[in-house]
Design a protein around this ligand. Structure first.
Ligand code: XMP
Length: 319
């Protein structure tokens, strides 16, 4: 009988058989797939696993700390955290084209990952959170994620004769199965059922040039939005929801004072396959609350808008 417990058992046995006593490296992003792989490998091979978590400065509020807390502190997984915000923002300075930004973020990630990997002794395997849909669709510029590393699995900093072999324990599983085994492995419900987050992160949710100050505003606006969605029971009813930073200024007024500040757009969609999507018909009361909170609590935002575009033709992300 197919049960999450059996799948986990089977996957653990296979991983042990495959890697034996060798050391395994994993790029941990905090997303569902890499998190489930981390939990699975930790259970299978314990200290033979080392994770590298790259904080590119484009993550959500407190996300880096949460990843470390969960894996390093609670579970005892070996995680190397690379705080690389300065490097990423430096590379992104002056760049506003979305595809160009994606390329820079992807390449910088590989560079940082390689550097960290090169410091770890005796690694033979690279683990990846590839799932079955990744296997069938493969490539595709905008679906990226693990493919970034995959296309580069002879991790650069390591000697030639130490090219890494791939271990992909989720390769035969669909997303809902990955979630079930995540729960089976003890990962919290909220993390296992989190909305997808793109590899380039806030880099494609800050329109045009990425700046630290913009990212700070966006992180806080997004956190308020998600908090209120969860409180209202709408997080589970939407497939993906997030805030977008628009680097345009709009006039507002608080008391007697005129404000001339930035604009935040809210996006929420319902979709099954992410190829087409309908904008979510969130209740006005919820939108009102989110809008008030964002404008009142965040200096630098004078206006909030709600995106009523469906896909096609509008993509889910704004860039
Ligand atoms: P679009 O915006 O194309 O997004 O309608 C469809 C789904 O893909 C995600 N997405 C990305 N994921 N790297 C990723 O890992 C990317 O560059 C990227 N661009 C879009 C998007 O969040 C949505 O879930």
């Amino acid at each position: 009988l197919w049960t999450p417990a059996r799948i986990v058992e089977d996957a653990i046995a296979r991983v042990r058989e495959t890697v034996g006593g060798d050391h395994v490296l994993l790029g941990l992003s905090g997303g569902v797939d890499s998190s489930v792989v981390a939990a699975l490998l930790h259970k299978a091979i314990g200290d033979q696993l080392t994770c590298v978590f790259v904080d590119n400065g484009l993550l959500r509020l407190h996300e880096g700390d949460q990843v470390m807390e969960m894996f390093a502190r609670n579970m005892g997984v070996k995680v190397i955290r690379s705080d690389s915000e300065a490097l990423f923002l430096d590379r992104l300075a002056g760049v506003s084209d979305p595809e160009e930004k994606r390329k820079i973020i992807g390449n910088t990630f590989i560079e940082v990952f390689d550097e960290e990997a090169a410091k770890i002794e005796g690694v033979r395997w690279l683990a990846q959170g590839t799932i079955y849909p990744d296997v069938i669709e493969s490539a595709g510029a905008k679906t990226g994620k693990a493919h970034v590393i995959k296309s580069h699995h002879n991790v650069g900093g390591l000697p030639e004769d130490m090219a890494l072999e791939l271990v992909e324990p989720l390769r035969e599983l669909f997303k809902d199965e990955v979630r079930k085994i995540g729960l089976e492995l003890g990962l919290p419900h909220d993390m296992v059922f989190r909305h997808p987050f793109p590899g380039p992160g806030l880099g494609v949710r800050i329109l045009g040039e990425v700046k630290h100050a913009y990212a700070e505003i966006l992180r806080r606006a997004d956190a308020i939005y998600i908090e209120e969605l969860r409180a209202a029971g709408w997080y589970e009813k939407t497939s993906q929801a997030f805030a977008v930073f628009l680097p345009v200024k709009s006039v507002g007024v608080v008391g007697d004072a005129r404000r001339y500040e930035y604009v935040i757009a809210l996006r929420a969609v319902e979709t099954v396959d992410f190829m087409t999507a309908r904008w979510a018909h969130l209740p006005y009361e919820l939108l009102e609350k989110v809008s008030n909170r964002i404008i009142n609590e965040i200096t630098g935002v004078s206006r909030v808008t709600y995106d009523v575009s469906s896909k096609p033709p509008a993509t889910i992300e704004w860039e």
